[in-house]
Design a protein around this ligand. Structure first.
Ligand code: NDP
Ligand code: HSE
Length: 450
């Protein structure tokens, strides 16, 4: 069957026709791009059956052509350092962006969409910063914008929120969405390593990048939280809306205290729908911070560099998704899934479901969000200090659920666990405690959640 025989079943989005090849440009041939190319080569016959037309990679863009010249898998494919020209070619139907960064890929993706190419990207930083602009460009051009690999790589959470839960009401998403930090925290918990040693081990094993800032400071997880909250709550949540605290201040003492109280420290991305007493949604919030997760919660046992996302929806109930959240092949799997979807639409006509932030809930400031807290202090060991400090909490209207004290000489370690309190309220208490004459140090404040 040729293009002329294909009925335009999808209104304004006609297909090329069954049997027509789909031209693909791949931008970036690093960890992910190389695996995408390898898998397209390996699975090409199966992909053709699934799509209804053959995938033809017609160009690959890199920054340094000499580095890749003659590499296997590039036979007959144009290799260029001029991505702008490649994505302007008429024989390119789909652009796969695997360069990373924000400004340059933003320019390329916008140009590709405006030129009528569908785009597949694994770039969470780009999507979390510019989703509105990219989505508008895709809608105006009537093409697809896919980014399954941007969140937790191989774990199909974007498609799950976009399609599978499209008829439900998502209440909350909490997840371990950064493999590097989960590896570090798990190593600290299971081997007793300190933070620096665990980070060095993560670097040695290739989990952490040469510059691990985006991982350990929580920025990578915050980009993913923005995407999850936007999809889950049909509301645009950007990277800048996400409260973000990394793991760099977590000490061996914090890990030991967590273990003693039956918890595991995880860097969680938490996306929450906030409701009033009548059950009406008042807004949404997205945040990333180290969190004490009770050991019996499924997220507590997610070890090594694995990711897991826990979703609570009104009708579906509690769902959990677990797997590889990083790495060349797992990320390429998600990219290929998107590529098949975009290619099918190019062949048969039609579009993938687009972003739909119709609900437009207000994004509530983190200061208004409530949690429980675990506060670790070093205090002077004198009679009455405990009741004095407990009064600071009571005066702010925050009740305590547990207090544990360990003496060492003239000082004592005090661990206080609160009932639910707003972040704003808790910060006021911590400021007062820090100024108290008997408090030598507030060592850590960690939220209890999940
Ligand atoms: P890499 O750094 O391994 O590869 C980047 C590629 O982009 C390289 O091939 C590089 O070329 C190319 N490149 C850089 N600048 C340009 C330019 N100006 N023009 C053309 N090509 C350029 O990155 P990854 O493969 O690890 O990541 C790619 C994307 O996937 C990122 O957005 C990342 O966040 C995302 N991602 C990555 C995951 C992972 O586990 N690695 C997991 C999930 C998402 P050259 O080879 O010549 O240097
Ligand atoms: N650096 C990220 C991680 C890669 O460690 O999870 C996947 O986004």
């Amino acid at each position: 069957m040729t293009a002329a025989h294909v009925e335009n079943r999808n209104g304004n989005f006609p297909g090329k026709g069954i049997g027509e090849a789909v031209g693909v440009a791949i931008l970036g041939k690093g960890t992910v791009g190389s695996e995408v190319l390898r898998l397209i080569g390996e699975f090409s016959d199966n992909l053709e059956h699934r799509i209804g037309g053959r995938i033809e990679v017609r160009g690959v863009a890199v920054s340094d052509v000499t580095k890749h010249a003659g590499a296997p898998g590039l036979e007959g494919i144009e290799l260029t350092d001029d991505a702008r020209s490649l994505i302007s070619r008429d024989d390119i139907d789909i652009v796969v962006e695997l360069i990373g960064g924000i400004d340059y890929p933003r320019e390329l993706v916008l140009q590709a969409l405006k030129n009528g190419k569908s785009v597949v990207t694994a770039n969470k930083a780009l999507v979390a910063a510019h989703a509105d602009e990219l989505s508008t460009a895709a809608n105006e051009a009537g093409v697809d914008l896919y980014y399954e690999a941007a969140v937790a790589a191989a774990i199909p959470v974007v498609g799950m929120l976009r399609r599978s839960l499209a008829g439900d009401q998502v209440q909350r998403i909490s997840g371990i969405v950064n493999g590097t930090t989960n590896f570090i925290l798990d190593a600290m918990t299971t081997t007793g390593m300190g933070y620096d040693e665990a980070l060095a081990e993560a670097t040695r094993l290739g989990y952490a990048e040469a510059d691990p800032t985006a991982d350990v400071e929580g920025h990578d997880a915050a980009s993913k939280a923005a995407i999850l909250a936007s999809m889950g709550f049909h509301t645009r949540v950007n990277f800048a809306d996400v409260y973000c605290e990394g793991i760099t201040k977590i000490t061996a003492d914090d890990i030991n205290a967590a273990t003693e109280s039956g918890h595991t420290i995880k860097l969680l991305a938490i996306c929450e729908r906030l409701v009033d007493a009548a059950g009406n949604t008042t807004g949404v919030n997205a945040r990333v911070h180290p969190t004490l997760v009770p050991n019996e919660h499924p997220l507590a046992s997610v070890d090594k560099s694995y990711n897991a996302i826990f979703v609570e929806a009104e009708a579906a109930g509690r769902l959990m998704f677990y797997g590889n959240g990083a790495g060349g092949a797992p990320t390429a799997s998600a990219v290929l899934g998107d590529l098949v979807g975009a290619a099918r639409n190019k062949v048969h006509g039609g579009r993938a479901p687009a972003d739909n932030p119709y609900a437009d809930y207000p994004v509530v400031d983190f200061g208004e969000v409530t949690s429980r807290y675990h506060i670790n202090m070093t205090v002077n060991d004198r009679v009455g200090v405990l009741s004095d400090l407990a009064r600071t909490f009571a005066e702010a209207g925050v009740s305590l659920s547990a207090v544990r004290q360990e003496e060492s000489g003239k000082e004592a370690h005090l661990i206080v666990v609160t009932h639910s309190a707003s972040e704003k309220n808790l910060r006021g208490i911590v400021d007062k405690l820090s100024e108290h004459e008997d408090v030598r140090a507030v060592n850590s404040v960690i939220r209890l959640d999940a």
